[in-house]
Design a protein around this ligand. Structure first.
Ligand SMILES: NC(=O)c1ccc[n+]([C@@H]2O[C@H](COP(=O)([O-])OP(=O)(O)OC[C@H]3O[C@@H](n4cnc5c(N)ncnc54)[C@H](OP(=O)(O)O)[C@@H]3O)[C@@H](O)[C@H]2O)c1
Length: 352
């Protein structure tokens, strides 16, 4: 494979200022446009044992807030003026590393810049992930990336859907939810997705969910009861707040509640009041954090890769074009404007 010639300008998104919101217990998780600053740095040269990566895709994630401000015990904050970090998919342009060859597809948690050097690990110390030959780079950030793996981990390790179970997914039109419902169906369960608005409900239906609930029509608890009259066996929750409360009222006996995320808490903590239903229905509720499960990633990626190749998982990608689109794409997630896996294509694949 021969890479197309590249103009070697290394654009970079940097932290211009800290977000006003201080985290889950400090006023929310939202970013604002002025957190993003643009800069330019030299293209790095790979040293011994290193690879040079050409970034082609960035994945804005709700986790971007944590990337910038840090998360005690998990991530250090990024200093002002330093490059932002996040999900990146790209190609190895040059390699002095025994495990990587020129042209390999690669993903990892890296600086949001055109060109990056790595010793085979990403900025969280996790190994760079290979995008299998023939798989588009963007799938390395969608089905085979954090979002697909969160759906797989949450369902496989906590939700454990059985054939015939009812699996309810909140935030079902989002990156993780859209895949979680499809994995539930692969397990033989009946997948019900919750989204806000007709367009997002149509998106979920097009992915093969068995039923959709439009939360914008109100009376969510009543809608869930009507759609799942025998109760919900697995609730895969991306939203928290009132959606979690409505789902708790509708649990089947022995249900499992998977806490993946809490988009309803972007503006700050939101009370949940129906937790006694866990006792009444003999149900369990547990969460997971993706970065605590590195040892499970390889198996998840293998399973997800098979399902993707077999067409049993379909990707809903919401693609923004160009380097300049990064801040708006990141903010779109916090404002409910994204549908599916939000990605930004910053450059063409040089080996396509
Ligand atoms: N546990 C982990 O390790 C882990 C890892 C990554 C992400 N997460 C979390 O998992 C959740 C889902 O992540 P994702 O990447 O799938 O996010 P996403 O693509 O942005 O999807 C989230 C969905 O939540 C819905 N939503 C409901 N209330 C919302 C609100 N007030 N503001 C914005 N959206 C709202 C939106 O759909 P509608 O508009 O249709 O409601 C949106 O599609 C997030 O909370 C994220 O922080 C957890």
């Amino acid at each position: 494979m021969q890479a197309r010639a590249n103009a070697r300008t290394n654009r970079q998104w940097q932290v211009a200022r800290l977000p006003d919101s201080g985290g889950l217990t400090g006023g929310g998780l939202k970013l604002s446009a002025d957190v993003f600053g643009q800069g330019e740095v030299d293209v790095p040269e790979p040293g011994a044992g290193e690879v040079l990566i050409r970034a082609c895709w960035f994945s804005p994630d709700p986790m971007n807030h944590a990337w910038v401000r840090g998360m005690p015990g998990k991530f250090d904050p990024i200093a002002i003026g330093q490059p932002m970090k996040g999900g990146v998919a790209g190609r190895v342009l040059a390699s002095n590393h025994p495990d990587w060859n020129e042209g390999d597809g690669v993903t990892g948690f890296l600086e949001w810049q055109d060109y990056t050097v790595s010793d085979g690990t990403d900025r969280l110390g996790a190994p760079l992930q290979r995008v299998p030959s023939g798989v588009p780079l963007e799938s390395g950030l969608a089905t085979l990336g954090m979002t697909g793996l969160c759906a797989w981990l949450g369902l496989t390790d906590i939700g454990r859907p059985q054939p015939g179970d009812v699996v309810l997914v909140s935030g079902a039109s989002g990156a993780i939810g859209s895949i979680a419902g499809q994995i539930a169906r692969i397990a033989g369960a009946r997948a019900i997705g919750i989204a806000r608005g007709r367009a997002k409900c149509d998106l979920i239906a097009s992915l093969g969910f068995d039923a959709v609930i439009d939360a914008s029509e109100g009376d969510l608890a009543g809608q869930i009861a009507a759609t799942a009259p025998d109760g919900v066996d697995v609730f895969f929750d991306n939203v928290g707040g009132p959606m979690l409360d409505a789902a708790l009222l509708n649990l089947a006996h022995g249900a499992r509640v998977v806490v993946c995320g809490a988009t309803a808490h972007y503006d700050g903590p939101t009370p949940v009041t129906n937790h006694l239903m866990l006792a009444m229905r003999g149900a369990t509720m547990a969460g997971f954090f993706y970065f605590d499960h590195v040892a499970r990633w390889a198996e998840g990626r293998r399973r997800l890769g098979e399902w993707l190749a077999e067409g049993r998982i379909r990707e809903a990608l919401d693609i923004a074009e160009g380097f300049a689109a990064v801040p708006d794409a990141a903010l779109a997630q916090f404002e409910g404007r994204a549908a599916g896996r939000k990605l930004v294509r910053i450059a063409e694949d040089p080996f396509a």
